[in-house]
Ligand binder design. Structure first.
Ligand code: PLP
Length: 429
């Protein structure tokens, strides 16, 4: 595969951008070679600057649930742009996207738009603290909540660990109100609440943890967490930046039938443009400025072009059968690959929920915690090279999940599964 144009562009990028990228995982650090520079996407396909064509399962890390360059999204964006790109004043489109989300989601009464998932989480954590008057935040090991200072924390050993940041530049004081617990362990939650419950503002969790592999939780764990939070008067915060509008219109909360107190969204809600959002019941949202004392603002918040993209995308997602169809096609794809791996005796299993999948080099039937992931990511590096050679693009890290879009028809998925199987054969040869 020719990669010289991408290689050249990467050399130039490194002169001007740290590591040559604007977000670290794009740098291909955990796989071989220079990152591919993408020049175009359409439907399931992307093309790089060397004119290599790939079936894409990264889908911009999740936002593109309708695939690349969806005609309805594109038209709505262009139509909106004809009237200008930003006003810093309210527009009709903010009402439209807010109504579309709130009217179809029993969990939230009001929503605030911002420009990224990180911003949504950061603002909603401030809201949780402002509403409750308490300081501590509980998070789970292996859950990613954007690059919010207090959330860039890795758990140490022991049941409850005071936060120690995994990034330089974060003062201790920013993370020592963060408590980190293992996933899927209600006893750890109980012990933590017994000691600190009086000062815990909220428990934040990716209800479908999808940033450190796909660590699917027992529904009983999520239900138990809901009950414990209620009993202890602690807010439950579902970070649905990935799972929102992905596994159901109402996200994991609808999928599992569990009601959180605060929710954050990102990715799909913006139709491929920069949008984040958070929402909650009326009395909690009443604390947000200008109604209440929790300040949060943004020059480009609720940007009309981004709202237009979100509306066009969500209008498609809300149609009857959309999520059933997504899940059915994803199962078809994953089952084909898993059957091949099993027949050949490869140590490989794809995990899936909704239209999300993750490639694990393991024969475990379930992996629910970060420390249960088998460490061998060299196999991923080999698989990655073989996938590219076979015309398949996924996120360049073995800890990232893949996404199936509406554009991935059964025919395309059958073709992609054959390519995956060929890549697995070459990897395990
Ligand atoms: N929360 C979760 C669950 C995410 O997966 C991400 C990003 O991947 C974020 C928050 C941060 O979103 P953004 O990258 O838009 O800032």
């Amino acid at each position: 595969m020719k990669r010289s144009n991408s290689e050249q562009l990467f050399e130039t990028a490194k002169q001007y951008l740290p590591g040559g990228v604007n977000s670290p995982v794009r740098a291909f650090k955990s796989v071989d070679g220079a990152p591919l520079f993408i020049k175009k996407g359409d439907g399931v396909n992307i093309w790089d600057e060397d004119d290599n064509q790939f079936i894409d399962f990264c889908c911009s890390w999740g936002p593109l649930i309708l695939g690349h360059n969806n005609p309805n999204v594109r038209e709505k964006v262009i139509e909106t742009l004809h009237n200008g790109s930003s006003f810093g004043a309210p527009t009709r489109l903010e009402n439209e996207l807010a109504a579309l989300v709130v009217e179809n989601n029993p969990v939230i009464d009001k929503i605030r738009f911002c420009s990224s998932g990180t911003e949504a989480v950061m603002s909603a954590l401030r809201l949780a603290r402002g509403y409750s008057g308490k300081n501590k935040i509980v998070k789970f090991e292996g859950c990613y909540h954007g690059h919010v200072d207090a959330m860039l924390v890795k758990a140490g050993s022991g049941l409850v660990t005071f936060g120690e940041s995994t990034s330089a530049g974060i003062p201790e004081g920013y993370t020592n109100e963060t408590l980190v617990l293992p996933l899927n362990d209600l006893d750890a939650v109980k012990a933590c609440f017994a000691e600190w419950g009086h000062d815990i503002a909220c428990v934040i969790i990716e209800p479908i943890p999808a940033n450190n592999g796909l660590l699917l939780q027992d529904k009983k764990f999520l239900q138990g967490l809901r009950e414990l939070c209620t009993e202890n008067n602690i807010l439950l915060f579902f970070d649905e930046v990935i799972s929102g509008f992905r596994v159901a219109f109402g996200g994991a909360s609808e999928y599992y039938g569990i009601t959180p107190d605060i929710v954050s969204y990102g990715k799909i809600i913006g139709g491929g443009l920069p949008v984040g959002a958070y929402g909650a019941r009326k009395e909690i949202m009443a604390c947000v400025a200008p109604d209440g004392p929790v300040y949060q603002a943004g020059t480009l918040s609720g940007n009309p072009v981004a709202m237009a993209a979100g509306i066009a995308q969500l209008e498609e997602c809300i149609k009857d059968g959309f999520y059933e169809d997504q899940e059915e096609r994803t199962q078809f794809f994953v089952n084909k690959i898993n059957a091949h791996a099993k027949e050949k005796g490869f140590l490989f299993e794809m995990f899936t929920i909704g239209s999300i999948f993750w490639m694990a080099f393991s024969d475990k039937l379930a992996i629910r915690r970060a420390d249960e992931i088998d460490g061998d990511m060299t196999s991923f590096k080999d698989l990655y090279g073989n996938l590219l050679e076979n015309g398949v693009y996924v996120g360049p890290s073995g800890y990232e999940v893949g996404f199936v879009s509406q554009a991935h028809t059964k025919e395309i998925l059958a073709e992609a599964a054959d390519k995956f199987c060929a890549a697995l054969d070459a990897t395990f040869a």
